[in-house]
Design a protein around this ligand. Structure first.
Ligand code: BDP
Length: 718
């Protein structure tokens, strides 16, 4: 019996349940689903009216017998089952759920409709992993904000809707400057996200196009929101700060100008008229050439509050990004103390407490920009009265762009567990985000830059989807263990073959350390080409421009001195205990040494190796691990369907090769700079190698490679 309004999450929950059970057991089951929901409207045609039904069916617990499945909200359930039935249901948080499986009868209750849907998905995920026992559980999200960000462009020069830093095809939302007519994929995306507890999607690029807000496009956004709604996913919009001028025709976008305030109020009202449950806004302002409040000498709080006040009557939030820096004023040649890592804390200095309470500051995990290993951003520890959200990058912009397998959850976990020791007390990032550590009324949460596209794999690679899955799981419960999350994902994606489980687990768990080892270690960062695609190796490009990591490598020494006593002063942005640890070489962990300190290549690490020898060895070790991936994967031939098998194999073979390019590029570069030979005689010597340009070439011509270190002899063939 489907007793709920079609299009709302509880209705979806009932459908997913029926469909999921059928999918898992490969046969149609005659299962009645009673949808307990407050104010349930029309009943679906195939239902048996509004009564609670009992049916005969195999509910997946092995026996044919009378069973019922009930899914709904706690309130509606208690309403229709006064007394005993409600006993034992614990207090739930927003979006939380309660699940009781007893002798085949299933009760799934959400604190709200969305929670009921999450409960249904959770039940199905346990069933799919073979759990057919009786159990009772309650689960609540750790934080209310569990959003993904899409950096989708409405238009890309020509007719495309591309995705900035997206590696899975074109935008599923936009085409030719408009919202697509066919939003089937948007609905499927919402379904995917609901199954991992994500409750909102910001659909357009943070480098936002003012045209997003034309009446026609607002109508289009409403259609996207309609596609999301059955899955309890809300829509968010990125704004371009200058829109009142560029789109609205005003002569200013000053956040304190009354006409500007009114313009945003009108736009916000117009959006909510179309999308009454809109999540809110995401704003990138005064950063990387984007307009913002600093243009008018206003503060970032003035900028954020402009939107917060427009949103407040509608219950929306503004996620205001902390990724603020002025690339035009950063000149390391002129200013030794200039340091992009310091920018966020400096710009937000003195603003804590000045934000409206529906402002959430969205902070990238590290102080620079999604690198392979950064210390947690000190800004988390400094916003005591303002809610904050952790921004993670699911799309692997700097981490191999989905052509490399890099399972990111272990890295995220280090950030979540980082203890800032504010006032000398435990202060983990996760406990700051959920509002507990500072006793905030309003909690923040999580934002993951996902950037899925039209590709059938969503992200461009099958294995990369473990990252999207892990994002949802960690945002729901940051105490989850990355490896057990991964194993759940593998079972749900590839089935329960223990060999498949073992191989994908081993490869994935080894992948982040391997990538770090072959792409840039000791905190020096992923040494990608910084001015082009952020992909292949080009260590020289990291210095001498405002966007880079600034390795400050010369003939004798390397690393960014960020100490207070002698460097840029960044380490002083942490609370005293942590600052003191990073201030001294002796107490800085090796893995972040060159992030905080400038040392000779001959400096001896805690491991007993010199910095330069560590570089050489780590690049060999990391690339050797990547060499094992295709061989490991080969052992799964016949155990994974051919299509996915070949797709993954192709990428792993490519990664194995590209890891060698990384290894030799970085090692050659530092060998060339330092002149210090590799103690094991590998770097610079490749006696076994036959150079492509020395072979007889049929249809290929030799080509000079820049940067030189990316090819032996600086030559390749094309
Ligand atoms: C950088 C990306 C750029 C984004 C920017 C951001 O390369 O595409 O616009 O971050 O997060 O890492 O705003």
């Amino acid at each position: 019996a489907l007793n709920a309004t079609e299009g709302l999450p509880v209705y979806t929950a009932g459908q997913e349940l029926a469909q999921g059970i059928e999918g898992i057991f490969g046969k149609k089951v005659d299962l009645d689903v009673d949808l307990a929901t407050a104010g349930a409207g029309k009943s679906n045609g195939k239902g048996k009216g509004n009564g609670k039904g009992k049916g005969k069916g195999n509910n997946g617990h092995g026996h044919d017998r009378d069973t019922t499945a009930t899914v709904g909200t706690v309130a509606a359930y208690v309403d229709s089952n006064p007394g005993a039935a409600a006993a034992g249901i614990p207090e739930l948080a927003d979006d939380g759920f309660y699940l009781r499986v007893s002798r085949g009868n299933v009760l799934i209750l959400g604190q709200n409709e969305r929670g009921a849907l999450y409960g249904a998905f959770h039940y199905l995920s346990l069933l799919a992993q073979g759990n057919a026992s009786d159990y009772t559980l309650a689960s609540n999200p750790d934080a209310p904000i569990r959003w993904v960000n899409q950096w989708d462009n409405m238009q890309d020069g020509g007719t495309h809707g591309s995705v900035e830093r997206g590696y899975g095809g074109d935008s599923i939302f936009f085409w030719d400057g408009k919202v697509r007519d066919d939003l089937t994929r948007a609905g499927l995306y919402a379904r995917l996200l609901a199954s991992i507890g994500v409750n909102a999607v910001v659909v357009n690029n943070v480098n936002a196009d003012p045209k997003t807000l034309t009446p026609e496009n607002m109508d289009g956004l409403a259609r996207i929101a309609n596609a999301f709604r059955p899955y309890g996913v809300q829509l968010g919009v990125s704004l371009n700060f200058a829109s009142p001028q560029t789109l609205g025709g005003l002569d200013s976008f000053d956040p304190l100008d009354e006409r500007v305030v009114e313009w945003w109020r009108d736009i916000t009202d117009a959006l909510y008229e179309r999308i009454p449950d809109m999540a809110g806004y995401l704003v990138k302002a005064s950063s990387e050439g984007q307009p913002g409040p600093l243009t008018y000498n206003r503060t970032l709080a003035d900028g954020a509050n402009l939107f917060a006040r427009a949103l407040k009557p509608h219950g929306g939030r503004v996620l205001f990004r902390a990724f603020v820096y002025d690339h035009t004023s950063l000149d390391e040649d002129k200013d030794w103390k200039a340091d992009r890592a310091k920018a966020a804390v400096e710009y937000f200095d003195g603003l804590d407490g000045k934000f409206e309470d529906n402002v959430v500051i969205q902070i990238k995990y590290g102080p620079i920009d999604f690198q392979v290993r950064e210390p947690a951003s000190p800004l988390f520890s400094r916003l005591v009265r303002t809610a904050s959200a952790l921004e993670l990058q699911i799309t692997q912009e700097y981490l191999g762009q989905q052509a490399h397998l890099v399972y990111l959850a272990p890295m995220w976990k280090e950030i979540l567990d980082f203890d800032f020791r504010v006032d000398g007390r435990p202060s983990r990032t996760a406990d700051i985000l959920n509002g507990k550590r500072f006793g905030r009324r309003r909690a923040g949460g999580y934002a993951g830059v996902a950037n899925v596209g039209t590709n059938t794999t969503w992200l461009g690679s099958h294995l990369a989807m473990s990252n999207l899955y892990a994002f949802g799981r960690l945002a729901w419960d940051p105490s989850s263990e990355p490896e057990s999350v991964l194993r759940d994902w593998i079972r749900l994606t590839f089935g329960d073959d223990p060999k498949v489980l073992d191989v994908i687990t081993r490869m994935s768990m080894a992948s982040w350390p391997a990538y770090e080892n072959y792409s840039g270690n000791l905190g020096i960062q992923t040494l990608t080409d910084i001015l082009l695609g952020h992909y292949g190796p080009n260590p020289a490009s990291q210095d001498g421009n405002p966007w880079g990591q600034w390795t400050r490598a010369d003939a004798d020494s390397i690393g960014m001195d960020r100490t207070v006593w002698n460097g840029t002063g960044f380490s002083g942005q942490y609370p005293p205990e942590v600052a003191a640890r990073f201030e001294r070489i002796e107490t800085t962990p090796d893995e972040l040494l060159l992030w905080f300190h400038h040392v000779p290549y001959t400096h001896v690490l805690k491991s007993g190796k010199t910095v330069i020898q560590h570089f050489y060895d780590a690049h060999y070790e990391g690339s050797a691990v990547a060499q094992t991936f295709p061989r490991l994967w080969e052992t799964l031939r016949g155990r994974v369907d051919d299509e996915r098998f070949e797709h993954v194999l192709f990428r792993l073979e490519y990664q194995a090769g590209h890891a060698l390019v990384w290894r030799d590029s970085i090692n050659n570069f530092y060998f060339n700079k330092s002149g210090i030979p590799d103690a094991r005689g590998r770097v610079g010597h490749h006696p076994y190698r036959i150079e492509a340009e020395h072979m007889r070439l049929d249809g290929y011509v030799p080509y000079d490679v820049s940067p030189f270190e990316a090819a032996s002899g600086a030559r390749c063939v094309v």
